[in-house]
Write a protein that binds this ligand. Structure first.
Ligand code: AN7
Length: 356
């Protein structure tokens, strides 16, 4: 049987209304890549897997929730979807709306969205509106406009987004045969950690007698300059190089904290420097290039392991890498040394390569 996408594969486990009309780009079924080199670098003695969500159709995990949200919206006759976004949700909403024949409107914080995400939203035909403000301002505005007008909100406040995103937990359990001991992931608006926890809990309920084997401990990781769930209050002016998670008032913050606590895990923060270091380390050691936000979960894991706060010896750890490196190529190119230029002669190439 050819693969037919997430609603086809896991729809029976998702709480979607009967009117749902599937809109799919064959999202999901992303690789779970064993990262032995990085595990060794972190001290070894444990198994580390990368759930590479950047390989979804629009380059991020958002496609899991978007297939569900747009399918529900289409089935009930909605003609327009809207979202606030730091970029990835915008590109995903625009793509699924395009496929459904619907209009999409995306609100983004001015000048704070990576080029690959903005380009995607435009290519898929969204009406892009920049807000002279933050993501949090934009989210408040889309909630207000959808309360007033018949436009469908597809941010992760929309419950079908969470339903769709549960499928990542199902895939991990199906592939490993159980949940990992720890799951680490970035936390921004906190929809994803909420969805993973709901997914793991649901799967563990299906496996009678094996309950705990399907419940990982969660390590949610925020960027230090945008860490409301760590400092304990909203952050007015969030700032981080990981623009995807530059969010000061997470919509599902309470649920994220509850998920972390229930799982006997926690939510921590890491510096931008550690995030960028991990992004480069993952690319160099494993050949997996992710955007900065997507390296945040791993950066948190590395800090906890190095500080002896998390003992991974003998355990199985999954790190969710949420978006592809190509989304934000500029973060690499703006800091790189310009590659050497040589004349088109063999001797010049030999000198460059062999150093003689
Ligand atoms: C790559 O696109 O909020 O904690 O508007 O793009 O579920 O918000 C993106 C979030 C992690 C955080 N990694 O997930 C948006 C947006 C990447 C992301 C997150 C985002 P949530």
């Amino acid at each position: 049987m050819t693969y037919q996408g997430l609603i086809h594969t896991y729809g029976h486990l998702l709480d979607l209304p009967l009117h749902t009309r599937t809109v799919s780009l064959l999202e999901g079924r992303t690789p779970l890549i064993k990262a032995d080199n990085l595990a060794r670098h972190l001290g070894g003695g444990f198994e580390l897997f990368i759930k590479y969500e950047g390989l979804n159709p629009t380059g991020s995990f958002k496609d899991r929730g978007m297939t569900a949200a747009v399918s529900e919206a289409l089935g009930r006759g909605a003609t327009t979807v809207i979202c606030a976004s730091t970029g990835n949700t915008a590109a995903s909403a625009a793509a699924y709306a395009a496929r459904a024949g619907m209009k999409s409107i995306v609100l983004i914080p001015q000048g704070k969205v990576a080029a690959g995400k903005l380009a995607g939203a435009i290519a898929y035909g969204a009406q892009v509106i920049q807000i002279d403000g933050s993501f949090d301002d934009a989210l408040t505005m889309v909630v207000e406009i959808t309360n007033k007008h018949p436009i469908c909100l597809v941010n992760s406040i929309n419950p079908y987004r969470i339903e769709g995103q549960k499928t990542a937990a199902f895939e991990i359990c199906d592939e490993l045969g159980s949940a990992p001991d720890w799951l680490c992931l970035p936390v921004g608006n906190a929809g994803n950690i909420t969805a993973y926890w709901a997914g793991f809990k649901q799967y563990s309920g299906l496996q009678s007698g094996l309950k705990s084997a399907f419940l990982p401990r969660l390590l949610g990781v925020q960027a230090a300059g945008a860490a409301p769930l760590v400092v304990g209050h909203a952050v007015e002016n969030p700032e981080t190089v990981a623009t995807a998670i530059r969010i000061g008032k997470p919509a599902r913050g309470e649920q994220a904290l509850q998920a972390a606590e229930e799982s006997k895990g926690r939510i921590i923060a890491v510096s931008d420097e550690k995030i960028l270091d991990m992004q480069k380390l993952l690319a160099k050691l494993e050949g997996i290039w992710v955007e900065p936000a997507s390296a945040t979960g791993l950066a948190g894991l590395a800090e906890e392991v190095a500080g002896n706060r998390l003992k991974v010896e003998g355990l199985r750890v999954v790190a969710v890498c949420t978006g592809h490196g190509l989304k934000d190529a500029e973060i690499i190119t703006r800091e790189m040394r310009k590659p050497l230029v040589v004349p088109p002669r063999l001797e010049a190439l030999e000198e460059a390569v062999l150093g003689n």
